[in-house]
Design a protein around this ligand. Structure first.
Ligand SMILES: Cc1cc2nc3c(=O)[nH]c(=O)nc-3n(C[C@H](O)[C@H](O)[C@H](O)COP(=O)(O)OP(=O)(O)OC[C@H]3O[C@@H](n4cnc5c(N)ncnc54)[C@H](O)[C@@H]3O)c2cc1C
Length: 268
């Protein structure tokens, strides 16, 4: 590794100063993405500012209509928190499907959302559960936050403090994992609200997106058969050594049906 400095921030204010003053400084949360990226020489920050223990980024709040999760909550904490699991089981399930036990023990919600890997799981939850990303400066609705592959609305020196997820009547997440890494070849969050249905897809395209045709069909009838006449257009979807765009389009239909089938047992 090349030289860089490491400092553990004690307060959010302490963390923000170097991030604002040095464009090459980076926040370090779980390190599950940033450290491998540095090892591969794809990133070369001058300073790492450890934000993993900041009290301002920790905690889980359950309200009647929302669940707010601190950015520094690790995947295992989201997967196993009893109150969260009772209030929003689909989110806990999703967190429990991320990577492997080591990754879940270190990786954080904020790091995953800030990184916006096109195959990451959390973006499907943020978009599908009508989420809002809360930073040290503002609140950003999911649709405005995710801006394509590894791109978000975050500005230099802006940190995610928490994500607020709306509580649906019921929701479920189905994922077809890439066998080696665990990342989503395709993951689909289906959420039924009083005002409609949201279907958010990760892994299949260059960024998370809503399958609006499926949302309309499921709003009319919440059953796997409601999707029978639908096929997602493969143009624009990812094609790589793991799967073609057509395969991924098919997989989106299969995972959406699986999520809808799970919904029966997931009412809150
Ligand atoms: C082997 C392996 C398998 C994995 N499998 C999966 C999987 O199946 N599904 C999945 O979704 N992910 C998977 N991941 C990624 C994992 O979820 C990471 O934890 C996550 O992408 C990054 O979280 P982190 O806390 O480690 O962030 P870090 O690596 O510390 O940071 C990542 C980026 O986010 C920035 N950042 C961190 N926190 C904040 C914040 N609060 N505000 C603003 N910016 C911030 C950092 O500066 C950095 O640029 C896998 C990773 C590995 C190594």
């Amino acid at each position: 590794m090349y030289p860089f400095t490491y400092q553990r921030a004690a307060t959010l204010e302490d963390a923000l100063a170097p991030l604002l003053n040095d464009p090459e400084a980076r926040a370090l949360a779980g390190g599950m993405t940033l450290l491998p990226t540095m090892k591969m020489r794809l990133a070369a920050p001058t300073q790492l500012i450890d934000i993993a223990r900041l009290p301002e980024l920790r905690g889980i709040q359950i309200e009647a209509d929302a669940v707010t999760v601190g950015a520094a909550q690790r995947h295992v904490e989201v997967a196993t928190d009893p109150a969260l699991r009772a209030a929003l089981p689909a989110l806990a399930e999703l967190a429990g499907l991320i990577g492997d036990p080591q990754v879940r023990a270190r990786g954080t919600l904020g790091g995953s959302v800030a990184n916006n890997d096109p195959a990451a799981d959390y973006p499907a939850a943020v978009l599908g559960l009508d989420g809002t990303v809360i930073t040290n400066r503002r609140s950003i609705p999911a649709a405005a936050f995710f801006q394509g592959m590894f791109a978000t609305a975050l500005e230099p020196g802006e940190l995610i403090r928490a994500v607020r997820f709306a509580r649906p009547k019921r929701a479920a997440y189905a994922k077809f994992a890439q066998a080696a890494s665990g990342y989503a070849m395709t993951g689909v969050m289906v959420a039924q609200f009083d005002h409609g249905v949201r279907v958010a897809v990760t892994g299949a395209g260059p960024g998370v997106f809503r399958w609006t045709q499926a949302e309309q069909a499921l709003a009319a009838r919440m059953a796997p058969e409601a999707l029978d006449a639908l096929t997602l257009d493969a143009s624009g979807l990812n094609a790589d050594l793991h799967a073609s765009a057509e395969y991924r389009a098919h997989l989106v239909g299969v995972m959406t049906r699986q999520a809808v089938s799970q919904l029966a047992g997931s009412a809150r």
